[in-house]
Design a binder for this molecule. Structure first.
Ligand SMILES: O=C(O)CCC(=O)C(=O)O
Ligand SMILES: [Fe+2]
Length: 365
């Protein structure tokens, strides 16, 4: 017997697992593609665009079709949900055709109304609903827009620079509590997303989105380091995209103290981390800081690259996986890199006050 292992799985099992993963993703991609194509064929462009503004109703509409198409391939919805909580991320290749796009926008908003962006958005909504996830946004990020362009912003200053740069491993919405926990400032504050959905529209230089599976990261740490990361001793601030609005809303220093980086949820490790937004307390936190440094190094060593091609969608599980990206570069507009982003969250246990009033998909705050 060859005793090669990957992530502690015997080699043969590892290969079977890999084939299974790719196969289930391919079935999921094909089912979404077929369901969204059929949906789109019945509508005028204006009606299709209009339906995107109500993701709950659209999701309900698309769900039975996707589930039925999956059943033809021998995949149940339960299989898929289990897979989505097992795999760090799901790469769906060729979900939509990217052949009707204007030039890459110069800002995160607005998302241009084109055939391709409509298909991409409907596909992301379909993917989320099958995973028992609502497609959501936060009122405090980009004005509550459900989808945003991830593009290079021209000009001077921090925002422009950041849009060109690489990103280290992080979870999105890091200032928000993990699902199941309450925010210390205000119980109305909704949880961070379960899934980060990135749709590839353009990526001429194959700049990868990167993912770091948490289990792999943790396998490189000592028990002591893991135990430090689990202690409520870290300070978490809001990521840049949320900061300004949150400060207006709360009007005081927004750092959450006594936060954990690592959580054990029903025996499964969950992560809340961003290099730029997570700090340790001052002098007496040597062990906390060194565990964070080791975590950061382990993330770097556990990085997998996903250069999204136009028409692909990646669903990153924001609890059991970190993500980032390589450097994008200076080019903007024209045919430069362009992703669309939205979020997925299991909202079944949310209180009415955790929604922005009057909205079915924008969370508070
Ligand atoms: O550009 C990418 O590939 C990912 C960007 C990202 O993670 C973010 O904007 O939070
Ligand atoms: Fe991100």
């Amino acid at each position: 017997m060859v005793s090669v292992t990957r992530n502690a799985l015997p080699y043969q099992l590892y290969i079977t697992h890999l084939v299974g993963t790719q196969l289930i993703n391919a079935h999921f991609s094909a089912a979404i593609r077929a369901a969204v194509t059929a949906w789109r064929a019945q509508l005028t462009f204006v009606d299709a665009l209009q339906q995107l503004s109500d993701p709950v109703t659209l999701g309900r509409k698309l769900l039975p079709d996707v589930v039925q198409l999956l059943a033809h391939s021998g995949v149940t919805r339960g299989d898929l949900i289990a897979h989505a909580w097992e795999a760090p991320c799901m790469l769906l290749i060729g979900v939509f055709d990217p052949d009707d796009l204007p030039d890459t926008p110069l800002d995160f908003l607005p998302v241009p109304a084109s055939e391709t962006t409509v298909l991409a958005r409907a596909s992301a909504i379909a993917a989320n609903v099958v995973l028992d996830s609502s497609t959501i946004s936060y009122g405090s990020e980009n004005g509550g827009a459900l989808f945003v362009n991830l593009v290079v912003k021209p000009g001077e200053g921090y925002e422009s620079e950041k849009s060109q740069k690489s990103m280290k491993g992080h979870t999105d919405g890091v200032w928000f509590p993990i699902r199941g926990e309450q925010h210390p400032y205000d119980p109305r504050i909704a949880p961070s997303p379960d899934f980060v959905c990135l749709c590839g529209l353009r990526n001429p230089k194959d700049v990868p989105t990167t993912v770091m599976p948490l289990r792999e990261v943790l396998s490189k740490l000592t028990d002591t380091q893991i135990s430090e990361l689990t202690k409520p001793q870290y300070i978490v601030g809001p990521q840049f995209t949320f900061g300004k609005r949150l400060k207006q809303l709360y009007g005081f220093d927004l750092l959450v103290e006594d936060s954990q980086v690592l959580f054990w949820v029903a025996g499964v490790p969950w992560i809340r981390y961003s290099h730029s937004s997570t700090q340790t307390d001052t002098e007496d936190s040597v062990a906390a800081k060194s565990a964070m440094d080791a975590f950061e190094a382990a993330c770097k060593e556990s990085t997998q690259a996903y250069p999204l091609a136009p028409g692909d969608i990646v669903l990153v599980n924001n609890r059991i996986c970190l993500h980032g990206r390589s450097e994008v570069g200076e080019e903007y507009g024209a045919k430069s890199r362009w992703l669309l982003r939205t979020y997925g969250l299991d909202t079944t246990s949310l209180e009415p006050s955790q929604w922005q009033s009057g909205s079915t998909h924008i969370l508070f705050p």
